[in-house]
Design a protein around this ligand. Structure first.
Ligand code: 1CP
Length: 352
């Protein structure tokens, strides 16, 4: 059982705007945070990172992960923190190790090709035992945050994790991963189910360790045929939502899968993140009764400050409430910090 104190809005935070908005309550202004806010946009992140052997050292050292989680709260004044980690901790906990190659991205030396490979993975329920470093990072972050703002926990959607485990790394087309869906649906379902159950177990632990909201990133939703999206992605996102049983609000981000917005809107989640290509008027008709999060083009933040302010205000007015301000995807690492600050400060100065 999850502790009841996470169930409904006891005021625990100095700034609880983000959680109130996520629950659909009217707020004096929209809250703001940025996907990938803990990262290379911040000089203090780059300085810390330069002292380390690599990204994985940062992810697996709780004190350091906590420090970079809090950096954007201190530097930018965002309304929520997101635990510094990666979606790829799940394949690793299942027994598939990854490396992070500088300027290239994740690499899996071993990939999944057969049912025997799936059976060699650890059982789904064992995943949390191998993720103690993430739970320690949450505990340390909560302590240092001292109830200033809520903390977001996250995981990859099963399809996105599957894509890395089969492909062996990033890809434009994920053709190997998609080919498996066509060639061997039974194998695909076996792997997806294992990932989904491991992810649900992992996220229950994150909630127990203080995550106030869970965001599910389906970063590679957009490469799937719409029917495949229903069968191989949504079904497993739903499994995770069901397993979490409404303990905390949930945000779903299916990047580039705007065709699926009506089905995503029908899920038992509270918030739907939009990418920057999404048409807000259409999205509002397709996703009813949910809070929308997003969706400024990340590249807008490279523009002159006045343009950033105008575009941010325009977006807030277009949403007109039931809105958590964010970008349409993660902030790019070389985005000028002044651009990021102009964006955050504009939202913080706004009143409905
Ligand atoms: O050393 C570095 O700075 C490496 C860059 C980096 C960072 C900062 C990676 C490698 N991961 C992270 C942290 C991270 N990853 C967070 C931190 C919290 C925050 O948002 O501030 C989060 C939420 C993620 C989630 C993540 N990892 C996603 C989903 C979100 C998205 O961007 O679509 C994905 C797809 C990954 C995989 C991954 N990890 C890192 C990279 C470069 C990638 C993408 C590789 C690819 O394009 O395939």
């Amino acid at each position: 059982m999850l502790p009841t104190c996470y169930l409904r809005g006891v005021k625990k935070y100095q700034n609880d705007l983000f959680l109130r908005a996520a629950r659909g309550e009217a707020t004096e202004r929209p809250p703001v945070w940025l996907m990938r806010q803990a990262g290379r946009i911040l000089p203090q992140y780059r300085a810390l990172r330069a002292r380390l052997s690599g990204f994985i050292e940062l992810v697996t050292t709780p004190e350091l992960a906590a420090e970079v989680t809090i950096q954007p709260v201190d530097e930018l004044g965002v309304d929520a923190a997101i635990i510094f980690s990666d979606i790829l901790v799940i394949p690793e906990a299942l027994g598939l190790k990854y490396t992070m190659v500088e300027k290239v991205g994740p690499r899996f030396p071993e990939v999944i090709r057969s049912l025997a490979d799936v059976e060699k993975l650890r059982p789904a329920e064992a995943a949390p035992e191998h993720l103690g470093y993430v739970y320690d990072a949450l505990d340390t972050t909560k302590k240092h945050l001292a109830n200033r703002v809520p903390l977001i926990g996250f995981a990859g959607a099963p399809w996105t994790i599957f894509a890395y485990m089969v492909e062996g790394g990033g890809s434009k087309t994920f053709s190997k991963a998609r080919a498996m869906l066509y060639r061997d649906p039974a194998l695909s379902h076996a792997l997806l189910e294992k990932i989904a159950l491991a992810t649900a177990a992992y996220l229950k632990g994150k909630i127990q360790h203080g995550a106030d909201l869970i965001q599910i990133f389906d970063s590679w939703a957009g490469v799937l045929h719409p029917l495949h999206y229903q069968e191989f992605s949504l079904r497993y996102i739903k499994l995770i939502i069901d397993e979490l049983g409404g303990a905390v609000p949930i945000t779903i981000f299916a990047k580039d899968a705007r065709h699926a917005l009506p089905q995503i809107g029908a899920l038992d989640c509270q918030v739907v993140q939009l990418d920057w290509i999404a048409d807000l008027v259409l999205a509002r008709t397709q996703v009813q009764g949910k809070v929308l999060q997003g969706n400024l083009d990340p590249v807008q933040l490279y523009a002159p400050t006045d343009d950033i302010v105008a575009a941010t205000l325009r977006m807030i007015e277009q949403y007109g409430g039931k809105h958590i301000v964010n970008l349409g995807h993660g902030v790019y690492p070389d985005t000028p910090l002044e651009g990021v600050k102009a964006f955050v400060d504009t939202v913080k100065g706004y009143r409905y």
